[in-house]
Design a protein around this ligand. Structure first.
Ligand SMILES: Cc1cc2nc3c(=O)[nH]c(=O)nc-3n(C[C@H](O)[C@H](O)[C@H](O)COP(=O)(O)OP(=O)(O)OC[C@H]3O[C@@H](n4cnc5c(N)ncnc54)[C@H](O)[C@@H]3O)c2cc1C
Length: 434
């Protein structure tokens, strides 16, 4: 089959790889100059399956007067009687996906920055009660986790500041984090080895469904400084952009997969699809770890998540990344000083002096989110058009699901029998939103 993929974030590159591995002819259309240039650029990098769950202790607060319809839907979805079953489905996909990531890494010898370990830090005992439902779910699916005392947390992460009050922690397993952008670039190379063509600086304008899908795209170069916060640090790979005709170009494909992340909505709406998709954005700061011979354990060894503050601190190679301040809505034009101050405060409470702040890189990432926090995977209901979107939970996590979702979607498109141990995508497609 001739397959087009719209978007070269983590969802797009992994799906391109899997479709090409099945023998399809794949073209990826990406409006930016390289892969992982938007939502997959500088995220926390957690791939721990359990982190696909929302680790919000007290649930979402009831929206106030003037809240958007989407916020009410999200609040109601948390109280849905099928919530536990939905979360279990999400975790099963994350477990499968984690195994697929390990398999790909081993088979393709992918060498990307990564670290093992994920600790949820509980400042107070009541935070433990607030996440009991999530812990019970992990237990029921056989995902190991361990309650640690404060002393055990310090043993697991020796760089933690012993003066910051700590009740204890939860150690998750299997637990891993890594450099999502680097992984996306490696998967792009592997996809290209299988024959995938990448068309950068090419925006898909419209799709016409059918047994043959018509796709109209246009060569576009983003003007300097556009959307400054998310684009500041982007580096363009030399030779990515091929000469292209000016104006709209029409091409036909047997199937098209929309993996356009936070910008998928206009394409969906033009097809008459109107999922109640909202946007969330969050800040990250990244800087080299300070190296002090007398304090070899400055900074985190792997990932820690401050449950009360909802902030992640992760080790990315020789750097430390702090992420959080997730809010609804599109990314603001510019970094918000109070958000950056909060990230610095939490980092300094747990790992004082660990970051070389003079070399700090800032990022604001935006992603799509459905009210129930589940991804949108599978057939779109429009002939020839498939969706791989919104893999974020309330916590905006995507990578834990990407490799598994890509494999299962490739199976569906090829009408291939999935592995006997693979979870079903049933209940994760657009039909549930009808
Ligand atoms: C603060 C923060 C922390 C996060 N932490 C984590 C984490 O720890 N672990 C994790 O797994 N996830 C995390 N996430 C979420 C994760 O970063 C994103 O959900 C994920 O990277 C989205 O991947 P994607 O491929 O769906 O979208 P994107 O990476 O945004 O890719 C979509 C691509 O489609 C392109 N595109 C859109 N429209 C068109 C069009 N019409 N034509 C051509 N191209 C188009 C865009 O240019 C873009 O490159 C975090 C997010 C934030 C904000």
């Amino acid at each position: 089959m001739r397959i087009a993929i719209i978007g070269a974030g983590i969802a797009g590159v992994t799906t391109a790889f899997e479709c090409a591995a099945d023998g399809h002819q794949v073209t990826v259309f990406e409006r930016r100059g390289s892969v992982a240039a938007e939502g997959s650029f500088a995220n926390t990098g957690l791939t721990t399956p359990a982190m696909a769950l929302p680790w919000t202790p007290a649930g979402l607060p009831r929206p106030g007067a003037g809240a958007l319809g989407w916020q009410w839907r999200r609040w109601r979805a948390e109280r849905n009687k099928d919530r536990a079953a939905q979360q279990a489905r999400l975790l099963q996909l994350a477990i499968y996906s984690h195994a697929r990531l390990q398999e790909l890494r081993k088979r393709l010898q992918l060498d990307f920055e990564h670290a093992h370990g994920q600790l949820l830090l509980l400042r107070q005992e009541r935070e433990l009660r607030g996440i009991q439902a999530q812990l019970d779910l992990l237990q029921s699916l056989g995902l190991p986790h361990q309650l640690l005392s404060a002393a055990q947390c310090l043993a697991a992460e020796p760089g933690l500041n012993p003066d910051t009050p700590l009740f204890g922690g939860i150690q998750l397993s299997p637990a891993e984090l890594g450099n999502c952008r680097q992984f996306s670039h490696l998967m792009r190379i592997e996809a290209q080895r299988l024959g995938v063509r990448f068309r950068f600086h090419t925006t898909v304008r419209s799709l016409t469904p059918g047994s043959v899908v018509t796709l109209i795209h246009e060569h576009t170069v983003p003007p300097e400084g556009l959307g400054a916060p998310t684009r500041q640090a982007e580096k363009q790979d030399a030779g990515d952009t091929q000469p292209a005709p000016l104006g709209p170009v029409q091409e036909s494909f047997d199937a098209v997969l929309i993996c356009a992340g936070a910008s998928a909505l206009p394409l969906l709406q033009a097809l008459g699809l109107k999922p109640a998709m909202g946007l969330v954005h969050g800040h990250t700061i990244t800087a080299p770890l300070r190296q002090l011979e007398a304090h070899p354990d400055l900074g985190p060894r792997a990932g820690v998540f401050d449950l009360g503050e909802q902030i992640s601190i992760s080790r990315i190679g020789q750097r430390v990344r702090v992420a959080g301040c997730v809010e609804t809505g599109a990314a603001p034009q510019g970094f918000k000083a109070p958000k950056l101050a909060l990230l610095h405060r939490v980092l300094n409470e747990w790992f004082p002096g660990a970051m070389q702040v003079g070399q700090e890189q800032r990022w604001i990432g935006c992603q799509a989110l459905l009210p129930d926090g589940l991804p949108l995977l599978g057939a779109s209901g429009q002939a020839g058009i498939w969706l791989n979107l919104a893999q974020g939970s309330a916590h905006s996590l995507d990578w834990p699901l990407a490799c598994g979702a890509a494999r299962l979607l490739a199976d569906q498109i090829s009408k291939r029998q999935t592995d006997a141990d693979a979870p079903s995508l049933e209940g994760l497609d657009i039909k549930r939103l009808a």
